[in-house]
Design a protein around this ligand. Structure first.
Ligand code: AMP
Length: 198
């Protein structure tokens, strides 16, 4: 059975070129390593680049898109395996079903929302798989800094810094997936910071 990776990424077409190049490179590497892709079904921005790259390489891709986005013509017409859902919530739930990793490419508020939901699920033990940030051009440095601040000031435990891995290049995404440490339901035992702990 093919292993899938869920990719969250920007829908904006107006971002700098190097983000498109990195999205294309990492998608090609993933397809060549035998991954199928699950993504949000869009046709533009990095979402469009991811889908176009998979299709060009004859890889497998599943889009999951809410019906209202089809009405405003945001759906990628070339992706045959497209699941139409009723809400953003349903889409988010399906995106991380039948997957063995999550990859966040640079993105806007939608990407961050999707990323932070899966991060929170993993923190509570409901998602055991690798979560990787592709840190093209240091895009995610402020988020990494924020997570460090959360740990330093005891908003979460230092162990939670291991919820995601940061990959600075497309090649290191594959390495990060392969090196992922087991993360089972027992993580609930350290999900909360206890009274007096610092
Ligand atoms: P963002 O990172 O803000 O660009 O958001 C990416 C996410 O926003 C996607 O997963 C979708 O939930 C949604 N989205 C926003 N614009 C579009 C679009 N034109 N096509 C498809 N999805 C979009």
């Amino acid at each position: 059975m093919i292993k899938n990776i869920t990719i969250y990424c920007a829908s904006s077409p107006g971002i700098p070129t190097h983000y498109f190049e990195a999205a294309q490179a990492v998608t090609a590497l993933l397809v060549n390593h035998g991954f199928g892709v699950r993504y949000g079904g869009g046709a533009v921005g990095l979402m469009g680049t991811v889908a176009d790259t998979v299709l060009k390489l004859d890889g497998q891709i599943t889009g999951i898109i809410p019906k209202f986005m089809i009405d405003v013509e945001w759906e990628h017409k070339g992706v045959k395996n497209m699941i139409h859902v009723n809400s953003m919530h349903e889409r988010k739930a399906l995106l991380i079903q039948d997957t063995s990793a999550v990859l966040a490419l640079p993105g806007g508020s939608g990407t961050l929302e999707e990323l932070y939901e899966v991060v929170s699920l993993k923190k509570l033990g409901f998602f055991p798989h690798p979560i990787i940030l592709l840190n093209t051009n240091g895009y995610y440095d402020p988020l990494v800094e924020m997570a460090q601040k959360m740990a330093d000031e005891n908003f979460m435990r230092p162990e939670h810094l291991k919820i995601w891995s940061v990959a600075n290049t497309p090649e290191s995404v594959i390495e990060a997936i392969e090196k992922h440490e087991p993360w089972g339901p027992e993580v609930i035992n350290f999900a909360a910071v206890r009274e007096g702990e610092n």
